[in-house]
Write a protein that binds this ligand. Structure first.
Ligand SMILES: Nc1ncnc2c1ncn2[C@@H]1O[C@H](COP(=O)(O)OP(=O)(O)O)[C@@H](O)[C@H]1O
Ligand SMILES: Nc1ccn([C@H]2C[C@H](O)[C@@H](COP(=O)(O)O)O2)c(=O)n1
Length: 284
């Protein structure tokens, strides 16, 4: 009971942090609500009247959006299993002018005020799964809401895969208590209902779990030494259900699948071959 109350307080603190950063105060934290929506300080966050792009499912009327964000910029999320090659892919595209690249904030997940929630989660997922996933949700939301500096943004994963893959995996494998899952789900639903989080294209780096296991061992990240092949198989299955079978959770954008079991040179060739399709997201 005490643990659950602590988590609720932590979640409140997290959202307060996001809204403090963007100088927005939704009704939960005392903003004045009018018939036209929430009154916000100038130069902070506004509610947009409409946003609809062909090829995407999201219509963001009435959602919060950060002032200064260019809604015409395309957002491409690179998705895939752990160690599938997402960072390597982003590094490659970062050399292209007019593409802004945002990697996952893993360094934050390994060090929040001197604590390492990523390591804690792998040591004891039942206890620390919600702690890590709450922080992942916050830091990815922060990434989604950053003002864009280029016509194309490529970012590693998304708030959607955090929920549909990693939270789902913890819960389905019996490693997350139902109450933690319920609280995280409520937060996710609130955030995605009230905040504009546009995604224009998902690029899925499709690998076998075995390939990821080999690359994981090669990368040798201290926290991940305990990850067994079965964990990567579960994550793989959830990705396949979401992005290939499209049978589990809603898709925030169309999906481009790039087979990614090949060696580095062949992968760079694959990226070049798919460059136009990826960057076409800018014209949606
Ligand atoms: N095509 C590839 N073939 C072999 N090794 C790769 C390939 N792509 C990436 N790697 C290596 O695999 C490890 C994980 O890659 P990384 O890009 O960090 O994955 P992710 O960001 O998806 O976790 C790194 O050591 C990287 O150098
Ligand atoms: N929602 C998430 C996202 C990532 N992780 C873990 C998985 C990895 O150990 C690490 C970084 O992932 P990578 O970029 O290497 O695929 O973070 C998680 O537990 N929950």
């Amino acid at each position: 009971m005490l643990v659950a109350a602590g988590h609720v307080r932590l979640l409140f603190r997290c959202v307060r942090h996001v809204f403090a950063k963007y100088a927005v105060a939704p009704s939960l934290f005392g903003a004045v609500r009018h018939n036209r929506g929430i009154e916000l300080p100038a130069g902070s966050v506004r509610r947009i009247q409409s946003r609809a792009r062909s090829g995407t499912q999201h219509f963001t009327t009435g959602k919060l959006v950060r002032n200064g964000v260019d809604n015409k910029a395309a957002v491409i999320c690179i998705e895939g299993n752990i160690a599938s090659g997402k960072t390597t892919c982003l590094e490659y595209f970062s050399k292209t002018s007019n593409i802004e690249v945002l990697t996952e904030p893993v360094s934050k997940w390994r060090n929040v005020r001197g604590h390492n929630p990523l390591a804690l989660m792998y040591q004891d997922p039942e206890r620390w799964g919600i702690t890590l996933q709450t922080y992942v949700q916050l830091t990815l939301l922060d990434r989604h809401m950053l003002a864009r500096s280029s016509p194309v943004r490529m970012m590693e994963r998304s708030i959607f895969s955090a929920k549909y893959i990693f939270v789902e995996n913890l819960f389905k494998s019996g490693k997350m208590p139902e109450v933690d899952y319920a609280v995280l789900s409520e937060w996710f639903d609130w955030l995605t209902t009230n905040i504009s989080i546009p995604v224009d294209l998902i690029v899925y780096l499709q690998t076998s779990p075995q390939t990821c296991h080999e690359r994981l061992e090669q990368r040798c990240r201290e926290e991940e030494k305990v990850i067994p092949l079965e964990y990567l198989e579960s994550i793989h299955q959830l990705y396949e259900d979401w992005l290939i079978k499209q049978s589990s959770s809603p898709l925030p954008a169309p999906v481009l699948v790039i087979p990614a079991d090949y060696d580095l040179q062949k992968m760079l060739h694959q990226y070049e071959e798919n460059r136009d399709k990826i960057l076409a997201a800018n014209n949606l």
